[in-house]
Design a protein around this ligand. Structure first.
Ligand code: ATP
Ligand code: MG
Length: 215
């Protein structure tokens, strides 16, 4: 494998300023496939901002971000093969565990083939996932986080650690190549988190390439 393709994420001289004040100052960082990276630092030093730039929710003021060797600095979040678990999980309180994890899948369109239009152009066609496909994906994600029998539960009835796992399952169900966890130790179980990378990367049958966390 050449050196370029072993790097899944690269930040080159990335800075971010808010109202002229630097939140992230000139960070250069390479993350290889399969690496588990933790960003450590005092409150306000720019960890969340760095994750948000990798996910595409913030644009760097200067510098460039690469994914698998491609410059993605201007690519919007939904076009990046990166999923984020936010500090406060942002679960939907009115939905069940199943509903939370299925939410994004129900909206998603997946390529279903091609068709030729009147002018003879070849066009990609799209379809929605079927109910059975969604159930299979949600069940697999719940299994990865050891919450197999919790699909029917209301999220507000869960413990902090269980909510965290639902948030992780909701990110994993999209089969991201990179998973970003913002403050995974803020709530929930340290033990779960520390056995998480090896255990759940082993259990994920898709190509999760990197896990980047900050705590
Ligand atoms: N949208 C914003 N507008 C203005 N300033 C911001 C914004 N987002 C972050 N900042 C500032 O940027 C700096 C870095 O914030 P960031 O959230 O990245 O810190 P952090 O390292 O994640 O801290 P913590 O450990 O407390 O979560 C802080 O001074 C913060 O107030
Ligand atoms: Mg933070």
């Amino acid at each position: 494998m050449d050196e370029k393709s072993t790097k899944i994420i690269e930040l080159k001289n990335v800075s971010k300023a808010y109202d002229g004040k630097l939140a992230v100052k000139d960070i250069t960082l390479s993350i290889k496939r399969g690496e588990f990276v933790t960003l450590l630092g005092p409150s306000g030093c720019g960890k969340t901002t760095t994750l948000r730039m990798i996910a595409g929710f913030e644009m760097p003021t200067s510098g460039e971000i690469f994914f698998d060797g491609q410059n993605i600095t201007g690519v919007p979040p939904h076009m990046r093969r990166v999923n984020t678990v936010f500090q406060r999980y942002a679960l939907f309180p009115h939905l069940t565990v199943f509903g939370n994890i299925a939410f994004g899948l129900k909206l998603k369109s997946v390529p279903s083939g091609t068709r030729v239009d009147k002018k003879g152009n070849l066009l990609q066609t799209f379809r929605k996932y079927t109910k059975d496909e969604i159930k299979a994906k949600v069940d697999a994600a719940l299994k990865m986080v050891d919450l197999e029998d919790y699909g029917y539960r209301n999220v507000s009835s869960l413990s902090g650690g269980q909510m965290q796992r639902v948030a992780i399952a909701r990110a994993l169900v999209n089969e991201p190549e990179v998973l970003l966890l913002d403050e995974p130790l803020g709530r929930g179980s340290r033990l779960f988190f520390f056995h998480l990378p090896a255990a759940f990367i082993a259990r994920t049958d898709f190509r999760l390439k990197s896990l980047i966390a900050h705590c």
